[in-house]
Ligand binder design. Sequence first.
Ligand SMILES: NC(=O)CCC(=O)C(=O)O
Length: 283
Amino acid sequence: MSKTSNIMRLALLQLKGSKDKVANVQNAVSKIEAAVKEHKPRLITLPECFNAPYGTKYFREYSETIPDGYTSLQLSNLAKKHQVYIVGGTIPELGENDAIYNTCTVWSPTGDLVAKHRKMHLFDIDVKGGIRFKESETLSAGNDFTIIDVDGHKIGIGICYDIRFEEMARLYRNAGCEMIIYPAAFNMTTGPLHWELLQRSRANDNQLFVVTTSPARDTSAEYVAYGHSMVVNPWAKVQQSASEGEETLVADIDFSEVEQVRQQIPVFGQRRLDLYATEKKST
Ligand SMILES: NC(=O)CCC(=O)C(=O)O
């Protein structure tokens, strides 16, 4: 698709969550409706696991099939009703062979499912005196990279822990991406340490926009999300950041910044590909 405009308005919905799936989805619906009415974004992003509590014991209970499950139908209808792209955060997906995935769905302004990204790197960490989490206890990993095209701009999709793997971001850059969107839910151990650092690093490594959307922080929840949904520009500057509470962050993206930084700091063309390369293996 040819580029129709370099300017794109995003709305990042940092949402409160609960154990009530319908209430979670209906909250997302109302915040999407409000964002469209007040800001007329081209693309709306939601948080990781926005329709369910984020925890290994909940994923199967809250899982649903895609694209015919309850949450998918709500997002599809909204995208079509408001003619907007929706990067639908993530939901626990009941996939083939009864496997459960942490999955991001992307809906076009016609309400069609144009992409589905299954989290490739499962969040398995054990930080002494901090957080222990093991997604692999109940989730299966996805094996595919996901790129969407919005108005001629390629956008890569990753999910939370995927952001730690610079090879993935580099492959998106190599494929022509100008932005990577990560629905994510960092926590109070790694969030203060790495949340902003990782986003600025991926943006700087690849001279592209990095956009993250977190759940709002709920200190009464079993998993306390860090918050601070963020837009980082291709110069690796934080363009905008939310705080910790429920918030809609609106950002006007100027994709011409991508070319500006790539021309002024031309690292991409200066790589020693005679000595090294980052390559996707055929699966
Ligand atoms: N949901 C996640 O993948 C969390 C990733 C995270 O917190 C990290 O430190 O990485």
